[in-house]
Design a protein. Sequence first.
Lengths: 292, 137, 559
Amino acid sequence: MDHKNIARLITLLENTPEKAKEILTSLPRRTAPVIGFTGSPGVGKSTLIDQVIAKLRSSGKTVAVVAVDPSSPFSQGAFLGDRVRMKKHFLDDGVFIRSMASRGALGGLNESIYDVVELLESVGFDYVLVETVGVGQAEVEVRYVADVVVLVLSPGFGDEMQLLKAGIMEIADIYVVNKADLVGSDSLYDQLVSFLTFAGRDVSSVVKTSALNAHGIEELVNKITALWEKLVETGKLRELRRQRMKHHAENLARRTLQKYLSLADLEDPYEGVEAALRSMCERLKDGQGGGT
Amino acid sequence: MKKYRILIAKPGLDGHDRGAKVVAHALRDAGFEVIYTGLRQTPEQIVKTAIQEDVDLIGLSILSGAHLQLSKKVIDLMKKEGIGHVPVFVGGIIPPDDVPKLLEIGVCRVFGPGTPLSKIVQEVKEVLEGVTSANGS
Amino acid sequence: MYDKEQLKRIEEAFQQWQAQLENDLKKFPERKEKFLSSSGYEFKRCYTPLDVAEMDYLRDLNMPGEYPYTRGVQRTMYRGRLWTMRQYAGFGTAEETNRRFKYLLQQGQTGLSVAFDLPTQIGYDSDHPLAEGEVGRVGVAVDSLRDIEILFDGIPLKDVSTSMTINSTAVILLSMYAVTAQKQGAKLEELRGTIQNDILKEYIARGTYIFPPEPSMKIVTDIFEFCAKHMPKWNTISISGYHIREAGANAVQELAFTFGDAIAYVEAAIKAGLDPNVFGRQLSFFFAAHNNFLEEIAKFRAARRIWAKIMKERFNVSNPEALRLRFHTQTAGSTLTAQQPLNNIVRVAIQALAAVLGGTQSLHTNSYDEALGLPTEQSVQVALRTQQIIAYESGVADIVDPLAGSFAIEALTNQIEEKVWEYLEKIDSLGGMVRAIELGYVQKEIHKSAYEQQLAIEKGEQIVVGVNAFQVSEEKPIENILKVDPTLEEKQKEALRRLKRERDNKAVANALKELKQAAQEGRNIVPYVFEAVKCYATLGEISDVLREVYGEYTESTAI
């Protein structure tokens, strides 16, 4: 499918989520590696992804990237500037880059992210990369969307402790110590290794990279690929996809109920929910659209 | 929920992005999703981005005097790629004589130095709503 | 400067005055609730000896030409020699610009300042696809030594001082200039001038970078080293705040980020084994002259004192020549309006006056049609006359640092200095300027300031005469706006083709090969660029070799 059509379908999925089922079922079901990249602003995620894309392209793989940034809680607008770092891939037809605003979604990603990722898998991309900002507890949604989560860290941010507390550290499969040429990266690397050892995790999941001079990128890509293939082999991928679907369904359910919730007069939250459920059932009885 | 997506682009070699960033900020504060391309974009890169991001409006910021050439290239390419219907705004250092020439090329609005942000935001809204009602969607 | 008794009496009188004032204000409130400086500092209604009571004349001011140089970097300042009147000029072909240079020199300007087009600044020849539409537009197009030879034809380089606004490709233009001068019979050690060569501000505010920060800093220090040995009268860098200010920074940020950059350069040069007492003499600076007259004068004085302290206390410099901040000033382009353009003549005059009262070594005054196009001969003449009138008719050049001792000026100077130190501390805490730029900290601060300024204008809190107040319903169009000849791009490309046929291409290939090797091995690349330039390797060819070795930079966007 050409980029223009893919782009238009994504817009439809975002703006008219009720059409999602129709759109997705008309396309072939396909599974591709979905890799999430998360980390604080400034650690060099986008530059890293730029290098990862280059490496994947050099082995002939096609890549779709979704870069998610937060919407302003005040104006609901957003400034989406992540594509800038991936400039050199704009004219490559084997790369598709889309920026999305979170639009207030609870998990920090956009609510239609599941549909969009499924779409990108269906249209045939070999890899789907999702970039998101991960700083707090809310931003763990990427764990459900992605098969493999890469957490990017960089020395000098001092927020390693916060990340530990926030649980971000635990959801990652691969840890990248980026800007490895900077002072402090050895100490960061050591902290990571000791954290992982303590948590009984595999310390070989730490990779040192210096995105500016492409160090460690090949190692990173190899680890990602190897991990994904292992997920497939062991059947763990199927399980992860079930979790993804479950989480997606829960999101949909919440969103659906929310619609009815906002219409009810809320004085007592318990009564409010019951009233919402009742009116939803009535609508169903009248045959007015299940789902959403 | 429909949200308008606007592309703010810096075509050519001009490196001054104060205006582009200030306009992007104002549009964000007005509730739009703004995709910013960064500096040194070729017309090809701009059009590719506009396609992938399925934008509703394109704003070009040019202060180096190359506005006629660059705007024409972008618009010609947009038509070729089938997105010629997307409105294009141009802002920057534009001598008054060149404004009618830009409009003739197909630029929708031209904003010279001193244009208030509120005017830009208003015109963006007008044009987008005009397009929407024209499409009946 | 006042004894305790005097101060006590002044304090009492002041309190009484304040009390009376409260009554006045009830009847006649002031025009605004707060009167703010560009950096948000609230101006006092009236400054008194109380505001400068802690000052020590010899420690904080001293005589002109004496540390900390608050009052000026020379003892006689403009009584000895007026500031250099140096109008930034360049457009189209080398021939056209050569004509404009001669016109300006004839009209009485005392130094040359070259504007290059964007392809030249970014290392592309006029026939590069990215150069399309940009050739000769914002400055002169230079593809090879030949263009520089034409540019300075009939202008003896041993007799003029030339400033070149060139950064990523500064090493190439410096070589072309030096080789041209040598061909004219001049010696390298006689040459006077400046190359801007300030790559850090390109990442922050101007955008004509090519390579990433590390190799770019190496090129800068290579130039420092080369010029210290061979071109001692040449200013190796013009560390710039002008563009940072134009990008939206306030007066405090203008100084703070400029000095942040300067500290990074000095540290890099020291790390490369150079002596700050030596290369420090050849550093120069470049600031804006903005609207707030009093704040700007205070800013320039604060700048001198801050730099002297940085060099002495942070870098242990003892050579007085390396403690003195020498600077060029340009009146602030972004304050000029397209509406009622003749008003710009007044703006420029006030801004230029501030620069002179601030002790600038060299000055460019903008032309009134700046918001619409490059200056025409008529408009640049008025700009030059502005400087000449200030110099010869106003009398301000006849007394050195005449505003010293003004309670307001000294208080403002102190206040600005204090705030600059705060910023420098913050930058240090982030790990230095290069890191701060990588993190986007500097760019975000500037954008915040730019956005706030725009909102202030839109709310009417900041008046721009002719734009949000005192508008006219119908603007009178300016008859004559400079147009760049659209056929020149083709002419330049043809000249390039001819050059490549006529030169010794084997010699060029060889020189480029040597340059590449020198760059890869980390040697000083300046002599190799000289050799490449001599055989007419093009600017694009030389830049491409360096791109291969050093890579290219991608910006971070942040608002």
